[in-house]
Design a protein around this ligand. Sequence first.
Ligand code: C2E
Ligand code: CA
Ligand code: CA
Ligand code: CA
Length: 275
Amino acid sequence: AKENGRNGFFFYERSLTDSLYSRMTLEQDLRHALEQRQFTMVYQPQFRLGEARPRRVEALMRWHHPRRGNISPLEFIAIAETTGMIIEIGEWAMETACRQFLTWRQQNVRLDKIAINVSAIQINSGFADRVLLLLKELDFDPRSLELEITETAMMSGIIEVNRQINQLRAHGVEFSIDDFGTGYSSLSKIKSMPVSLLKIDQSFVRDINDDINDYEIARAVILMAKSLGLTVVAEGVENQAQESTLQRLGCDWVQGYLYGMPLTGEAFVETYRQS
Ligand code: C2E
Ligand code: CA
Ligand code: CA
Ligand code: CA
């Protein structure tokens, strides 16, 4: 028992220092990741329910760490946000995704829009101008761009965020609320959000057929959003049963492993090129 206790202690101590160490070194490593080309973008298709060809795509970032392998964006985006590095990394992501979209056009992959995730911290006073400048430089139609912002960021109440969003919307950029339902804002708040699209968080989709609360939330969100003329996208759809329920509730758009995994730009061409 004594031996076990000692081993238990050492195990605990080591895992504790490991986690402190990795958070600090990850932060350091993140500073060099951009210049060392360790980031890539992958792309997941979005479908109008029932259609075989995707109309939209969401760009998602990947970090391949030379020693730790792939690190989840849930982990490194949070670090990038607290250190402010998200501004630079986010700009890289937007440029890379927009360029990919233009390349696809020439390869017979025709999509209406590309959706890019934007963190609240990126939306400072120069945000809209920087995005518009990038689009101009790339000769990219603003109407082909959709920006996803989480519900919490959207509800931050910061007037500047609304100002930046409205400036871009005036040029045709579309905005969606990501992870809707997780931010505790009341449904009636949807009305005042400067968006045209709403993404139901995957946590509600997962158990939509097994958890009556999740079902009721999804139902209420879809009903309310549609009555306000918003498009609803369900994310994280993994099986047919979830799809049927979403369809019955009137959800128009779907995204998830049931339809397509996130793919590299090249793999996306192979899968979705039109003959
Ligand atoms: P998100 O924006 O809600 O993206 C959806 C996540 O669900 C992605 O995880 C995607 O790979 C995953 N997913 C897609 N279909 C399914 C499914 O059927 N089942 C399940 N269980 N998961 C599915 P990923 O790529 O790991 O990204 C995690 C989060 O990291 C994103 O959540 C987003 O908040 C953030 N993120 C990713 N890329 C970027 C980026 O370029 N900028 C910013 N600011 N955040 C990003
Ligand atoms: Ca998203
Ligand atoms: Ca989401
Ligand atoms: Ca999410």
